[in-house]
Design a protein around this ligand. Structure first.
Ligand code: DAH
Length: 371
């Protein structure tokens, strides 16, 4: 039976207390029945409505109708009821609010949580960091330079004279509309990280030991082993009395640190305009261990030779030092070695990936395997 306010005949303190208790208990019980916003509204109206709400009725029947001598006591009780009812309604409103907020972000703790995909280091960048790390431990610092470079830094100051055939090996991508400038100022996409050798020597006096990671571009159509954009790490050490022995010792150490201490290194004569003498460095194939075979099958990464070419290197050509002579690089006083390696190919071999394009397609299904 729903609670109704009846007229009071007995205004004794005990009777007032009993009536008040009944009223508050009824209100509490009704609050517990509130299930929806609509329930809440009718519950609040039933008790609080100015016109004929229960509190108004109590005011009229119990207070205004009280005999003079009971007015004070009745007043105290009625106020008590009002504040208790206000509290109960307040609480009911709060509970409703919490329930509807929870419904919006409904939390079911029995369900698996939402996993936010965490980024992972790209395999090429990871390989780059590893290589740079090996040289940092040897005391090398990191230098960087621009990807859009001038002919001067990319070629001329590296001892590629204008029209020299060695330029052809670089499949250069030139920036359009540069013809009106003198050749050395014309812009191109750097084809290697070597121009940063010159840029760094212009800024820092010898001795220097630097590694230069970065992206380079060449006019190579994309396929399983080529990409018009790829990554290189360059190295340069200049000091007094640097010899080819230092070059060999440093690179042998670096290869062992990168590929394991059982790896052997092997230098073959080569040509680069900016080094003299020049060499290519080979390491024993870290896939087949140098045997050229994988079980009964031929080892593909090393083309069955047991050796993998990892970089170009050499002693800095005195002609290169001539371009930075004024900053302390007198070729009669200093000597140095340089090297440059392609990072992407090493990452391919390291992770056993058979198509270079996977590295640049940004497919999460490929990349998340490295997470
Ligand atoms: N820049 C050369 C290239 O991209 C690689 C290279 C060879 C860099 C010999 C060097 C070096 O510093 O000494 O083919």
């Amino acid at each position: 039976m729903a609670y109704t306010v009846s007229r009071l005949t007995d205004y004794s303190a005990a009777a007032l207390e009993k009536a008040a208790d009944e009223c508050i208990a009824a209100c509490t019980a009704e609050a517990s029945e509130v299930r929806s916003d609509l329930d809440l509204k009718s519950f609040r109206d039933r008790w609080m409505a100015r016109k004929n709400g229960i509190l108004t009725q109590i005011n009229d029947l119990w207070l205004k109708g009280a005999p003079k001598e009971a007015k004070r006591e009745a007043g105290i009780r009625v106020n008590e009821i009002k504040s208790a009812v206000a509290d109960i309604i307040d609480k009911a409103e709060h509970i409703r609010l919490e329930i509807s907020t929870a419904a919006i972000q409904s939390v079911d703790i029995s369900l698996p949580g939402i996993r936010r995909p965490i980024g992972a280091e790209h395999p090429v960048i990871k390989t780059m960091h590893e290589i740079v790390g090996v040289f940092q431990k040897l005391g090398y610092s990191v230098a960087e330079g621009p990807v859009v470079e001038t002919d001067y830094y990319n070629f001329e100051a590296l001892n590629f004279p204008p029209n020299h055939p060695a330029r052809d090996t670089q499949d250069t991508l030139f920036i359009a509309g540069q013809q009106s400038k003198p050749q050395r100022e014309r812009l191109l996409l750097r084809t290697h990280t070597s121009p940063v050798q010159i840029r760094t020597m212009e800024k820092m006096r010898p001795p220097i030991r630097i590694v230069i990671p970065g992206t380079v571009h060449r006019n190579d159509p994309p396929d399983a082993s080529h990409s018009p954009m790829f990554h290189q790490i360059e190295g340069l050490a200049v000091d007094t009395n640097i010899t080819f022995g230092d070059l060999k010792g440093t690179l042998d150490h670096a290869m062992k640190a990168l590929f394991g201490s059982s790896v052997k290194t092997h230098f073959r004569p080569s040509f680069f305009p900016f080094t003299e003498p020049s060499a290519e460095l080979y390491v024993t194939c870290f896939i087949c261990g140098g045997s050229g075979k994988r079980g009964a099958d031929p080892c593909r990464p090393c083309k069955q030779t047991g050796w993998i070419e990892v970089l170009g290197c050499g002693m800095v050509d005195p002609n290169v030092f001539e371009f930075v002579k004024d900053n302390g690089y007198d070729p009669k006083k200093v000597s140095g070695f340089a090297f440059g390696m392609g990072v992407d190919r090493l990452a391919l071999l390291k992770y056993g990936v058979d198509d270079l394009q996977y590295f640049f397609q940004g497919d999460v299904r490929f990349l998340e395997q490295f997470g």
